[in-house]
Ligand binder design. Structure first.
Ligand code: ATP
Length: 611
């Protein structure tokens, strides 16, 4: 069961089969195996120096009654301790550093994929939960891919070496020791899967916290206006408590595993003491052998602890890797996109270096758009949104899309941008099927202004340059004038460097929209997609917007999802959509006369918001 939290609980990660968990963890470990081997080698050397200590102690006890000086052995013992500690600390540093590199590499891979996810995939998942996989789950890989590998290797080897030494001392006592360890080890192995389960639940709850916070901050004004602070924070707190509960459960099982190590040694000690004492009394072994054996026994705590630690870290890591693999499996857009983007960047750089070669968009550059019997649904389990949509838009000029809410107008834009793939039919831009366009090239030709005109946190300049990072100052100035933003910028305390706040909260609705248009224009699009805001704008803002769009449409193909009569009357062509179909195409005058739905829309919807 996913943890209790807000309504949008994240998808529960499917459990990975053990083999796949192992393979996925190995994939993260593989590039760092050299560094891990070095760390392991140093740790082993450090441990090996420690292994000589019981031997030194044995010879010390043997000499206690005699005349030989014990100073030499004491100095040797001290030197061994110092050397061993120094080597071990270098080994620990190498491992910690490698662990951080594993986390970085995992984060890089995830970030690279997450920002290239298909839109549909993002809509299906919870961005907050996806974020927690990058920030939180990757952190859990830290230990399992480094320390636990080394702990398992060094612990295993030291364990074997110690057992061999103990066997050489007295096989009977070794048998007693192993008997106790196997008994308690068996009990510990039952506890291990519980650690993985608890960690997985705790991580799911962490994902829920991110999701809930993202939801709250994403609609902060609504949150406040609805007086929902307490309810939302209760939901986040519930998720935090859930994470705590499972975290504590994981800690409980880990501590059971850990304390079992101590228990195994204590019980072994008592057994060895009893049986060993009898063997000394019977003359089977000497006192010094019993002392050395007991020292080896205590020395066994370290390798056994390491093995238990490795096993419990593996459980924690396997919980995290399941969530990471799940995020990695989400479908991304075609891989050549990144290459294309690189190419575009290169071209932009070259253009910047040689400004004389920069050409203003010319009329013939305006793109044409054709929808040819397009059918589409957002998901296989959802009904069709487009039932054979066909229209033809030659460039340049303005084409307005009108129709009742939910008719499928915005979906037209999503398909032109190839955010989604058509189910049937074709979408052609410049006569070429969008599926045949290199994605980056297709999108470079398009300027897109979403309905809620998103403005990103940062400065106004950063917002403008978001879609065209290499635009020059004069291009920015030019676009500001065209978008009627120059006066606004002058008014702002720090001009273009004014910070606009989260989602542009320091700007008015109309200003945000013009910033979004300016941003799209700076990209020098051949096709501008403008999803008109449904909210009412004041007359000045509306007029400014109308002029901008009219001017742009002289040289660029402009498609507008129109909600205002002032926009519609300006259009060269109006496409009337209803229930996923195109029902009429014409000018305002033609449609008022010929299409009853349009006539009704014009009389009610548009007139209500006209200038
Ligand atoms: N991302 C999505 N996932 C699933 N369904 C969607 C998605 N976006 C839109 N829809 C559905 O597709 C249908 C058409 O939506 P679309 O946004 O294209 O309509 P619209 O004509 O632009 O409406 P409006 O004028 O209200 O903006 C609606 O029924 C909507 O619920």
């Amino acid at each position: 069961m996913p943890p209790a939290g807000p309504q949008d609980a994240p998808e529960k990660p499917e459990r990975l089969p053990a083999k796949e968990t192992w393979r996925a963890l190995y994939r993260h470990f593989r590039p760092h195996r050299g560094a891990v081997a070095l760390g392991a080698f140093l740790t082993l050397i450090g441990s090996a120096t420690g292994l000589a200590q019981p031997l030194a102690a044995k010879s010390l006890v043997d000499r206690l009654g005699g005349d030989d000086s014990i100073a030499g052995i004491l100095i040797l013992l001290t030197a061994l301790v110092v050397l061993g500690t120094a080597i071990e600390s270098v080994g620990a540093y190498v491992l910690e550093r490698t662990a951080e590199s594993v986390v970085l590499a995992a984060r890089r891979t995830l970030i690279g994929r997450l920002l290239r996810l298909r839109l549909g995939e993002v809509e299906r998942t919870q961005p907050g939960d996806l974020m927690s996989r990058v920030t939180s789950d990757t952190t859990l890989l830290r230990a399992v891919t480094t320390q636990s590998v080394v702990s398992a290797a060094s612990g295993g080897l030291t364990f074997i070496a110690t057992i061999v030494m103990m066997g050489l001392m007295d096989p009977v006592l070794l048998g007693v020791t192993l008997g106790v360890i196997v008994l308690i080890g068996g009990a510990v192995s039952l506890v291990m899967p519980k650690i993985a389960r608890a960690t997985e639940r705790a991580q799911e709850a962490v994902g829920t916290i991110s999701t809930a916070l993202e939801r709250a901050f994403g609609a902060f004004r609504t949150l406040k206006a609805s007086g929902a602070e307490q309810r939302e924070s209760a939901a986040v707190e519930a998720a935090a408590e859930e994470a705590w509960r499972h975290g504590v459960r994981s800690a409980k099982w880990q501590s059971v595993a850990w304390s079992s190590v101590g228990l195994a040694v204590q019980v072994s000690f008592l057994a060895v003491l009893g049986i060993g004492g009898a063997r000394v009394a019977s003359g089977a072994i000497s006192v010094s052998t019993l002392v050395a054996f007991l020292l080896f026994l205590f020395y066994l705590i370290d390798p056994v602890s390491r093995l238990v630690e490795a096993a419990s870290q593996y459980q924690v890591g396997s919980a995290a890797i399941a969530r990471i693999v799940q995020a990695e499996r989400l479908e991304t857009e075609q891989t050549e996109q990144t290459e294309q983007m690189e190419q575009t960047k290169q071209t932009e750089k070259m253009e910047q270096a040689e400004p004389s070669e920069q050409t203003e968009p010319t009329t013939h550059a305006a793109a044409s758009v054709v929808f040819d019997g397009v059918t589409f649904r957002y998901r296989d389990d959802l009904p069709y949104v487009h039932h054979g949509v066909s229209f033809d838009v030659p460039g340049p000029g303005m084409t307005a899309f009108v129709g009742p809410s939910g008719a499928g107008k915005t979906t037209v834009f999503g398909l032109i941008e190839r955010f989604y793939e058509v189910s049937g039919g074709r979408v052609l831009v410049d006569g070429v099927d969008v599926r045949e366009w290199p994605l980056a090239e297709l999108r470079a030709a398009i300027g897109y202004v979403e309905q809620d005109a998103p403005v990103l946190a940062g400065t106004l300049r950063e917002n403008l340059l978001f879609a065209a990072p290499h635009a020059t100052d004069s291009e920015v100035r030019d676009v500001l004038v065209r978008a009627r933003l120059d006066a606004v910028v002058e008014r702002l305390p720090e001009g273009l460097d004014t910070v606009v706040g989260h989602r542009g909260s320091k700007l008015s609705g109309g200003e945000r929209q013009r910033v979004a248009i300016a941003r799209a224009l700076l990209r020098k699009p051949r096709l501008l997609l403008l999803d008109e805001a449904t909210s009412q704008l004041d007359a000045v803002n509306e007029l400014a917007l109308r002029d901008v769009v009219a001017e742009v449409s002289r040289e660029v193909t402009v498609l507008v999802v129109a909600h205002r009569l002032s926009t519609v009357t300006l259009a060269d062509r109006i496409v009337v959509m209803d229930a996923g179909k195109v029902r009429a195409v014409g000018t305002h005058a033609e449609l008022v006369a010929a299409d009853p739905l349009y006539g009704e829309l014009a009389a009610t919807q548009f007139l209500a918001t006209s200038a």
